[in-house]
Design a protein. Structure first.
Lengths: 266, 328
C-alpha cells in the first residue's frame, strides 16, 4: 500500500523533481566554471581582499576562508539552490495537509490503509526528495570538475560530505514541515507556517554568528548543523552534525506520526 | 439483532459547544439496504466519518463487523463513496481507480477487472471517460468513477453518502438497479441521503436524523402505514354525520357534497359509515413517506418517534408535497 501511494506521489511530482534536479545540477556545474575562472585568473584570495572589510567578515563567517574548494562547497548553501531545495521539500512535506483539504485523504483512509502507513509514505517521499536533490548538486559538481579538469585537485570525497549534510538538513526540515502539515487543515496554512519557521531558524543561525546575545541559541537551528565548507576544506565527513539533524528528523517524524494518529481529520 | 454489520452505541461527537451527534444507537443487519435520512447538517456525514475512523467519537462507540473501524482489516470490507467526492484531478480516471484499488493492500484478482468493466458498463462510463484526466471529467462522470471505486472490490458493506449527486436520471436508475442487485446478493448498504424518494426506492428500513439526534428507525412500510392519509369524498348531498364523526377522522376541507378528510390507521368505523352512505367518488391515495419526513423535521414535534407511530399525533404536522394518485 505504501508502495502504491509512493508511486502515485512520485508520478505526480516527477516533473517538478526532474526540473529541480536539472536546475541544481546546472547551477553547480556553472558555479564550478565561475570558481575555476577566478582561480585561474586573478586569484580568489586576491579578489576577495578587494572587497570591503564588512563584506569579507560576512562571507568568512558564512563560508570560511575563500578558496576553490570553499566556493564549490558554498554552492551547496547558495541562496538559489538552498531556496529551491527547501521550497521543494516544503511542497512535498505539506502533501498531507493538501490531501486533507481536498478530501482525497478521506478516500484513502477509508480503505485498509492505516494513518501511520499513509504518513510513513509521505515521510519516505520526503526522504527520497532529500536524497535526490543533493545528488543533483553532487552530479553537477562532478561534471563541472571533470569539465575544468580539476578532479585531482578536488576529488569527490571532498564535496560528497556537503551533499550528505544537505540531505540531512532537508530531511530535518522536511520532518518539521510534515509535523506542521499534520497540524494544519489547509495546505496554504501549512506552507505559510513552514516558510515562517524555516526563515526564523535560518535567521537565528545567521544572526547567532554576529550577535553574541544569540550565540548560544544558534545550536537550536538545524542550519547550524549544516557545515559544507568546513567539510570540503577539511575533507571530513560531518558525522556529528548529520547525527544531530537525523535525530531532529526522527523526533519530528515521531511526533507527527503520533499526532496524525490521534487527531480528527475533519 | 444478532451480529449486526454496523452497530453504534451512544455514539456522540461534540465540537466545542456544538453537539454534532448525540448518543446515536443504531444497528444494521447483514444484507440490509439501510437508509440514513436527514437534512443538511443533521449529522449524517459526521456519523459516516465516525464509522470510517476519520474522526473519533467524544463518547460512545461504533463497531463494524463487531470490531472498531480503526482496524484496517475492517475497512478492507467496506466500499465508501463520500458525499463531496474528490478525485485527483491530475490522474486519469482509470489511474485513479487503480490507485484506490491498490490501497486495498493486495493485487487485484482477475475477477476485479471484469467487475470494474461490468460496473462501468452498467453506469454508462466508457473507456474514453476513464482515459481522460479527472479534471476534464464532468461532475456526473466523476460521481460514476466514485461509484465504481466503491463497488469495484465487491465489499461486504457499502457506505454511500449522497450517492446520486450529479447523476442524470438514466444513470440514477442504473445505480438503483445496481443497489437492488447488491442487496439481493446479501451485501449490506448504508445509504445516506437527504433525498427521501431515493431511500424510499432502495431501502427496506431507514433512520431519520435531525439536529444530531436519531428521530426514528423504522421499516419504510411501517412508517408509511402509520401515517395519516387524506381521503377525498364526493356525495350527491351534504356528507353524512356518521362519516364526518367516525373515530380517527378529521375534516380538512368541506365544500357542499365534497369533503377532504384526514384518516388515521383505524379505518373500520369509517368504512362502515361509507357502506351505509356510499359516496359518488372516493379518492384515497397511499401515504407518502415524505409526509413523515416533513413532520419529523418540524421543530414543533415534541416527541417525533411517538408521533411517527401514532397517527393522531402525526396529523397536525402533516403536509403533502406530492401529487396524489387516485385509489383504484
Amino acid at each position: 500500500m505504501i508502495g502504491a501511494l509512493l508511486r502515485r506521489q512520485v508520478r505526480l511530482l516527477g516533473r517538478l523533481l526532474a526540473i529541480t534536479f536539472a536546475g541544481l545540477a546546472g547551477f553547480e556545474f556553472l558555479a564550478i566554471h565561475v570558481a575555476e575562472a577566478f582561480e585561474k585568473g586573478p586569484g580568489l584570495a586576491q579578489l576577495f581582499r578587494m572587497l570591503p572589510q564588512v563584506v569579507q567578515d560576512v562571507v568568512t563567517s558564512q563560508v570560511g576562508p575563500v578558496s576553490f574548494p570553499a566556493l564549490v562547497a558554498a554552492a551547496f548553501l547558495d541562496p538559489v539552490p538552498y531556496a529551491a531545495c527547501i521550497g521543494v521539500i516544503v511542497l512535498v512535506a505539506t502533501l498531507p495537509a493538501g490531501e486533507r483539504e481536498s478530501g482525497l485523504l478521506d478516500l484513502f483512509l477509508a480503505r485498509p490503509l492505516s494513518r501511520r502507513r499513509y504518513l510513513l509514505a509521505c515521510l519516505l517521499l520526503v526522504a527520497l526528495v532529500a536524497c535526490v536533490l543533493p545528488l543533483a548538486l553532487l552530479l553537477g559538481a562532478a561534471l563541472g570538475l571533470a569539465r575544468v579538469e580539476m578532479t585531482d585537485e578536488l576529488p569527490w570525497t571532498r564535496y560528497a560530505p556537503c551533499a550528505l549534510g544537505l540531505s540531512a538538513l532537508l530531511l530535518a526540515l522536511g520532518a518539521i514541515t510534515l509535523l506542521l502539515a499534520v497540524e494544519s487543515r489547509r495546505r496554504g496554512q501549512a506552507v505559510a507556517r513552514a516558510v515562517a519557521l524555516v526563515l526564523a531558524l535560518y535567521l537565528l543561525d545567521a544572526s547567532s554568528k554576529f550577535w553574541p546575545a544569540l550565540a548560544d541559541w544558534g545550536v537550536l537551528s538545524p542550519f547550524r548543523w549544516f557545515v559544507p565548507v568546513r567539510s570540503a576544506m577539511e575533507g571530513t565527513w560531518p558525522l556529528r552534525e548529520v547525527s544531530v539533524l537525523l535525530a531532529v528528523a526522527l523526533v519530528a517524524s515521531a511526533i507527527a506520526l503520533w499526532r496524525f494518529d490521534a487527531r480528527d481529520l475533519d | 439483532m444478532p451480529n449486526p454489520v454496523l452497530h453504534t452505541r451512544g455514539l456522540t461527537k461534540r465540537y466545542g459547544a456544538t453537539l454534532a451527534l448525540d448518543a446515536l444507537d443504531l444497528s444494521v443487519e447483514a444484507g440490509e439496504v439501510f437508509g440514513f435520512l436527514g437534512p443538511n447538517g443533521a449529522g449524517k456525514t459526521t456519523t459516516i466519518r465516525l464509522l470510517l475512523d476519520l474522526i473519533r467519537p467524544t463518547s460512545g462507540e461504533a463497531l463494524l463487523f463487531g470490531r472498531p473501524p480503526r482496524d484496517p482489516a475492517v475497512r478492507a470490507r467496506i466500499g465508501y463513496l463520500p458525499g463531496d467526492l474528490v478525485l485527483d484531478p491530475r490522474l486519469s480516471g482509470s489511474a485513479m481507480l487503480d490507485v484506490l484499488d491498490a490501497l486495498r493492500g493486495r493485487g487485484a484478482p482477475p475477477g476485479d477487472a471484469r467487475r470494474r468493466a461490468e460496473l462501468c458498463e452498467r453506469l454508462l462510463l466508457d473507456a474514453r471517460d476513464l482515459a481522460r484526466p479527472v479534471r476534464e471529467a464532468s461532475r456526473g462522470t466523476r460521481q460514476k468513477m466514485g461509484l465504481v471505486a466503491a463497488f469495484q472490490h465487491d465489499p461486504e458493506l457499502l457506505v454511500l453518502d449522497e450517492p446520486t449527486g450529479g447523476l442524470d436520471p438514466l444513470v440514477r436508475e442504473a445505480f438503483f438497479e445496481l443497489l437492488d442487485d447488491t442487496g439481493r446478493r446479501g451485501r449490506t448498504v448504508f445509504h445516506s441521503s437527504h433525498v427521501l424518494s431515493e431511500v424510499e426506492r432502495t431501502c427496506a428500513r431507514a433512520a431519520i436524523l435531525r439536529q444530531g439526534r436519531l428521530v426514528v428507525v423504522e421499516r419504510i412500510a411501517t412508517m408509511r402505514a402509520a401515517l395519516p392519509r387524506r381521503m377525498t369524498l364526493r356525495f350527491d348531498a351534504a356528507p353524512p354525520d356518521d362519516v364526518l364523526r367516525a373515530p380517527g377522522v378529521a375534516v380538512l376541507e368541506r365544500d357542499g357534497g365534497r369533503v377532504v378528510l384526514r384518516v388515521g390507521a383505524e379505518l373500520g368505523p369509517l368504512l362502515a359509515a361509507l357502506a351505509r352512505t356510499p359516496p359518488l367518488e372516493l379518492v384515497f391515495p397511499e401515504a407518502e413517506l415524505e409526509d413523515a419526513f416533513a413532520h419529523l423535521y418540524d421543530g414543533s414535534a415534541a416527541d417525533a418517534e411517538d408521533a411517527s407511530r401514532t397517527p393522531s399525533r402525526v396529523a397536525p404536522g402533516v403536509r403533502s408535497t406530492r401529487t396524489s394518485e387516485p385509489a383504484p
